[in-house]
Each structure stands twice: as structure tokens, then as C-alpha cells.
Design a protein around this ligand. Sequence first.
Ligand code: G3P
Ligand code: MG
Length: 346
Amino acid sequence: RELSREMSRDSRVTDKYAFAFDIDGVLIRGGRPIPEAIEAMKVLNGKNPYGIKIPYIFVTNGGGKTEQERCVQLSKQLELEVSPGQFICGHTPMREMVAQYKTVLVVGGEGEKCRHVAESYGFKDIVTPGDIIKDNPHTTPFRSLTEQELENSKLRNYGKVKIEAILVFADSRDWAGDQQIILDLLTSKGGYLGTRSENFDEGPPLFFAHNDIIWSAQHDHTRLGMGALRLSLEAMYHGITGKKLEATSFGKPQIGTFEFATRLLQQWRKENSGIDAPPETVYFVGDTPESDIRGSNLFNEHSANEWYSILVRTGVYDEGTTPKFTPKATCDNVLQAVLHAIEREK
Ligand code: G3P
Ligand code: MG
């Protein structure tokens, strides 16, 4: 293919293809960049045999900070500027629920961070597990709030507050306490704490930012993720009520996340490079077959352009096994994945 055709109107940016990157296990592991990630980013920004620049976005199931904060952190880690206009995290789609639910329980993350994320999305009335424990310390018999938590938590009579939805934004830091409170609400009469529904069919809806059972952190082996909390809650809810727990998870592999990513990428290419058409191919680089490869393969079947999945060996995927969902290519690391795509586009 002719290189000249690949150039956009006003720069060295190719309009033919683009990348979408998973973060944990591809670019970052346990808060540190994967060594090849920094070089891979340089290749995308012109350090390649053709001198072209290739647009890219980030699609992570992770979260726990505002998109803005997360981009500042990622910019430092990857030694380049990352804009919120190229970033989607697990809880990003939850901002669309602001109009639907006024009072929400926000679960997970460090300290008050997820309360701030929910505020940044525009939620009007945010309750955290800490607020509930402050109001009634008997809620969690084996967990007391620290002084800092007591100071941050908002005191109210929660028996009088109707909690309309439960939103798990980020990984729980206190599985026992958080699950107790979620179960209290699920089995309540209409979201009022302290009440019990007779048939367990009046509780608020439950949403998770994503459904990864395991993820790749600093430990040699994968660690339990938000999907594991969901499995645990399902088992407990069934044990208590005899019923199946209904819940919704966002993030990858949901098609909606890939549709969102398509819109974001289109916007990003338009605003940054003046390219007003979708790329022919999006290379999706991920480490988790169940989320990244499954989602991009499925989306490829529905999408007008090609979504080409690349599995890397730096995260969840264990080389000794056959991935449950087959990628278009498997590479040792993100740098090899980027070079593979450039070679394929040559
Ligand atoms: O908690 C985050 C983890 O489950 C996955 O993050 O970047 O691999 O989608 P990521
Ligand atoms: Mg990952």
C-alpha cells in the first residue's frame, strides 16, 4: 500500500489505522510501566521506519480516580502527554446514570476518591459505606472507621434515605463491610437501610464498573478483581434469599464499551489530526482473553471497520494455556504488538 495514501491532510498522522490499548498487564503493572511500553509509545509518535504517527486511545477496566487524575498519572508513567480525550475507564459509562438515580451508594477505591469521581460525574446525592457505618457502627461488627474516615464520612439518618442504586466504582478495600452493606440494601424495602423485604424483590439495582475476576498487578500471579466480588456477592445473595442476584457490569468485554471507544477515537482523530472518518483498522492490544480479546473479537463482527485483537504475554494471559478467546495475533509485549501492526499495514 502506498504510504502517501496513509497521510492525513495536515500532518504525518496516518488516517488508515489506530490503536486502542488496555492498561494493566499491557502498559502498566503494579503502578510501574512495563519496560517496552515507553518505547512502544515513542514508535507510535513517529519513531518508526516510515516516520508516521499513529493515533491511539486507552481503554481500561480499572478506575478509582477521575479520568483527569488518571491521565496525569499515566502521562508520568509513560513519559508522554495523555489527554482525557483518549481515555476510558471502567466507571466512565456510569456518568450516564446521573439523570436516572439521585441518591446512590458508591463502593470501592481509596479513601474518598470514588466519592469525588461520582461528584465529577454530577451525581447529586452520594452515600459511601463509611457514611453508613458512621451513622450506625453496628452495621459492620468487626470493622470500625479510622479517625480520618470518621472525619470524612457524612452523618445522616440513613433509615430515612432511599438509596436508588448501588454503584461499585472500583475494587473494594473492605470486602466484608462493603458486601454486608450491599446485601443489606439488596434485601431492603426499596433501598431504605434497616428494612427487610419479604420476597427480596424491592432492593435497588446493582452495577459494577467491570467484571474482571482476575487482573495483573505486581505479584507474579494474577490477583482477585471486581468480578470476584460480584461472584462472592452472588453466592451470598443466593445463600440468604435462595434467589439469583441480578446485576449489570460495564467495561470490557461489553459491546457498549467498544462502541464508546469507537466514538472517542473518532472524536480524538478529528480534534487532533483533522481526520473526519473512521480508521479502516483498530488494533486492540490487551492481556486478558475474557475481556480484551473476547470484546474486540465480538465487536469486530458488528463493526463497520476491522478490530484486530492482539494478546500480549505481559499480564493475565498465561502462556502455558490456550486462550479461551483466540486473538488475531499474540506478541511478547506491547512493543512487539505495535511493530506487528505497523508491519501488517506496510
Ligand atoms: O482493576 C483493573 C483491572 O481489572 C483491569 O484493568 O487496564 O487491564 O483493563 P485493565
Ligand atoms: Mg489488562
